[in-house]
Design a protein around this ligand. Structure first.
Ligand SMILES: *[C@@H]1O[C@H](CO)[C@@H](O)[C@H](O)[C@H]1NC(C)=O
Ligand SMILES: *[C@@H]1O[C@H](CO)[C@@H](O)[C@H](O)[C@H]1NC(C)=O
Ligand SMILES: *[C@@H]1O[C@H](CO)[C@@H](O)[C@H](O)[C@H]1NC(C)=O
Ligand SMILES: *[C@@H]1O[C@H](CO)[C@@H](O)[C@H](O)[C@H]1NC(C)=O
Ligand SMILES: *[C@@H]1O[C@H](CO)[C@@H](O)[C@H](O)[C@H]1NC(C)=O
Length: 323
């Protein structure tokens, strides 16, 4: 079954078309202090311009091996959001997103939405995401047609929230979430995903990928986390994007992978295959699927390693989409 994954695997640069690139205003500037192409990731502190952006924030930034030392070749950019109580460095370790084994081409930036999830009138991570994208695109050479968002658990919820934002879904080409928590409006102090998801697509299709374990006891597949706050059942969330993207009337194409442990559902949306993609994983708990050991508490929560790497699947799928 690996054959399916490996055959489909290719790296970012292999699909970059010069004509499709949108060079950001950072191209040609001096690389900001702290960033080194292929070098270790660094923690950066950034002051939000606005109160809603949350004041002083931090993120981990990484430039890939293939990033041009002149800062003049546009690179894809991946925003990666980790889970609640999980440090950003551990997301980086678990996903391998900043290692050349998985990614030689995309800039990776990892941070967490405000863990207290205050009402967006106090701190709005959509505001900060926009500000951070402004900052990064005006200092690094980014291909603005290839900005992506990925997230785990609460970070997956934030990924979904950005997809719901009419501003961010016009800056971010595709969204991939793993074990994502889309809290029901009734579990929150304000509407976010049900009444609050108004992406105003007006023609734009939003590529959406979801990976979720059927044995997830933190963010249950069916959304029943009681006594913890309930989340939107995964089928309901996916169907909402199937509808928004005009995949109506199309049953998903179903495929069993990994000896039957994975059910892959792919929707054809207005002629585009895989625009909405869902991987349902048998015998998998709450976490990021990978072959490598992740240490505790991640190993116990996810019910052990898998025989495949979610990072490969996700990067492969993201590379299909440009704005
Ligand atoms: C990005 O943010 C940093 C930290 O706040 C700041 O020093 C830098 O000037 C900003 N760069 C741009 C291009 O806005
Ligand atoms: C929706 O998007 C369109 C096109 O970008 C814009 O003209 C329109 O004003 C937006 N509508 C709302 C309610 O934001
Ligand atoms: C399916 O998952 C279980 C639990 O992770 C594992 O023991 C089993 O080997 C997997 N099946 C295949 C065919 O990989
Ligand atoms: C996953 O849940 C199913 C059904 O509840 C159960 O039979 C199976 O043993 C669980 N798998 C693991 C790896 O815990
Ligand atoms: C998954 O990634 C690890 C590195 O973290 C690598 O050693 C392993 O070969 C990969 N497995 C597959 C099936 O791609």
């Amino acid at each position: 079954m690996y054959g399916t994954f490996l055959a489909a695997f290719f790296t970012f640069h292999s699909i970059s078309l010069a004509s499709a690139q949108r060079r950001s205003s950072g191209c040609g500037q001096r690389i900001p202090d702290g960033f080194t192409p292929g070098g270790p990731s660094q923690t950066f502190t950034i002051q939000s311009e606005s109160q809603a952006g949350g004041g002083t924030r931090q993120y981990i930034g990484h430039l890939p091996q293939h990033f041009s030392s002149q800062n003049d070749q546009p690179a894809p950019l991946i925003l990666a959001f980790h889970g609640q109580t999980q440090p950003a460095w551990s997301m980086e370790q678990i996903t391998g997103l900043s290692t050349p084994e998985f990614n030689k081409d995309a800039i990776v930036v990892q941070w967490l939405g405000d863990p207290e999830a205050p009402p967006s009138s106090e701190i709005d991570d959509r505001v900060f995401a926009n500000e951070l994208l402004d900052n990064l695109t005006s200092s690094l050479c980014v291909d603005e047609s290839r900005i992506y968002a990925v997230g785990l658990s609460n970070g997956g919820g934030l990924t979904g929230l950005l997809a719901c934002s009419p501003t961010l879904n016009r800056r971010i080409a595709a969204f991939a979430a793993v074990a994502a928590a889309y809290y029901k409006d009734t579990s929150l102090t304000e509407p976010l995903f049900e009444a609050g998801c108004n992406p105003n697509l007006s023609g734009r299709k939003v590529p959406m990928m979801e990976v979720h374990g059927l044995n997830d006891t933190v963010v249950a597949y069916d959304g029943d986390n009681s006594p913890s706050p309930n989340t939107i059942p995964l089928p309901e969330w996916i169907n909402s994007w199937v509808e928004r993207n005009d995949c109506l009337g199309t049953d998903p194409q179903l495929e069993k992978l990994d000896g039957g442990n994975i059910t892959k559902s792919s929707w054809l949306c207005d002629g585009v295959q895989d625009l909405v993609l869902h991987y349902q994983i048998n015998n998998f708990g709450h976490g990021w699927p990978s072959t490598a050991a992740q240490g505790e508490p991640f190993e116990t929560l996810r019910l052990g390693p898998t025989t495949w790497n979610a990072t490969t699947l996700i990067l492969n799928w993201l590379s299909m989409w440009t704005l």
